[in-house]
Design a protein around this ligand. Structure first.
Ligand code: SF4
Ligand code: SF4
Length: 359
């Protein structure tokens, strides 16, 4: 029962404002940083207009962290950083301290615990990857496993700044690609349309919702054994898997027919050149757990060629634009075929862009 004195309203959900968690030096210099530099791999030094200095030590994490591991990281933060740490979008953990003397012992402790320090500057950063089997309802593979396999081979590229520019990687465990744009993206590619379980479909799926999901209007209502159901026009279907997210009875995942594709040249920033979208340069790579050697090999070839041939500050897409696709395939040893480098020039006119339900 409310009392007359009680005038405040209880907030029952939602996160705290992030500002409560910022390091005091960050709060005091918020929006007033003068410059920053990278004195050694994995360490950033920010200098504020006030003269304050803040060191950030960045370490890679496996992303799916145990409580014990988080406690260990918190111990480091308590020991060296006044209790402050933060996680980046790429699953790195960052420790912030105004005391430069804390940097070396902190690196030593992190490395001793198995956390590689790096991921800043001209290196291969941690992989921005999607939920996989742990959280999502439609993955065809385990993005985290692919990331682990790739980064095991790229460990030194994370720890050293030997690339022409930073390299951003992403992986996605379905074709929807919530891993997003990257210099090199590993994305699941389905190679056959969904199989429809008509017995289940009419009982568990909202038919209009599944119809509306399809970007190419390939799904139509039909009647099977006297029950309302759906059919897929396989000539139109682009095997994107969007319908499976709306309707589990439209299963598209398959251990053999759901494969991997590699896309390159994505860039979100407008530094030096305008932002660019990715192009597909390898596909039909098998979904081959637990180490996905074919994927790791293709990514390794691209990185080796880029490292050898990229000019200082060229991103992967800029390097490819300079040398041309022909040389890209020669230097990486990847095999070109007619389904690659599709820029989807006509997508705007051929994709169904209407949100209306069609019955
Ligand atoms: S990429 Fe697809 S399956 Fe993976 S988390 Fe994102 S939406 Fe889910
Ligand atoms: S949503 Fe995608 S997978 Fe499903 S029918 Fe349409 S194009 Fe095919």
């Amino acid at each position: 029962m409310s009392s007359p004195e009680r005038t405040w309203k209880t907030i029952e959900s939602g996160p705290h404002t992030y500002k409560e968690a910022l390091h005091p030096v960050v709060i005091n210099n918020y929006g007033k940083w003068k410059y920053h530099e990278i004195p050694r791999p994995g360490v950033l030094k920010h200098v504020g207009e006030s003269g304050d200095t803040l060191f950030t030590v960045r370490a890679g994490t496996p992303r799916q962290d145990t409580v014990d591991m988080v406690r260990q990281l918190c111990d480091i933060a308590d020991r060296y950083c006044d209790g402050h740490l933060r996680f980046t979008v790429r699953n790195n953990v960052e420790f912030l301290t105004p005391n430069g003397e804390n940097v070396e012992p902190m690196i030593r402790d992190l490395e001793a615990m198995g956390f590689p320090v790096g991921g800043a500057g001209n290196c291969v950063s941690s992989v921005s990857h999607t939920q996989g089997w742990l959280h999502c309802d439609i993955p065809a593979t385990d993005a985290s496993g692919v990331v682990k396999s790739m980064m095991d081979t790229l460990y030194n590229e994370f720890k050293h700044m030997e690339m022409p520019n930073k390299v951003r990687l992403s992986t996605s465990c379905c074709s929807i690609n919530c891993g997003g744009q990257a210099d090199i993206a590993v994305v699941v590619k389905h190679t056959r349309p969904p199989r429809i379980n008509h017995d289940h479909l009419s009982m568990i799926c909202e038919l209009p919702k599944a119809v509306a999901r399809c970007p190419v209007a390939a799904i139509r209502p039909t009647v099977v054994n006297g029950k309302r159901s759906l059919m897929v026009d396989e000539a139109k279907c682009i095997c994107c898997g969007a319908c499976f997210g709306a309707c589990p009875a439209m299963e598209i995942n398959h251990p053999e027919h759901s494969k991997f594709a590699i896309w390159v040249g994505g860039k979100n920033s407008n530094a030096r050149s305008k932002p660019s979208t990715m192009s597909i340069v390898a596909h039909n790579l098998p979904n081959n757990p637990p180490r996905w050697p074919e994927v790791t090999d293709a990514v390794g070839r691209i990185l080796t060629a880029y490292k050898a041939g990229g000019r200082p500050w060229e991103r992967v897409g800029e390097w490819i634009n300079r040398i041309g696709w022909k040389r890209f395939f020669e230097e990486t040893g990847l095999t070109f075929d007619e389904d690659m480098i599709d820029s989807y020039r006509h997508a705007r006119t051929t994709f169904n862009q209407s949100a209306h339900v069609r019955f």
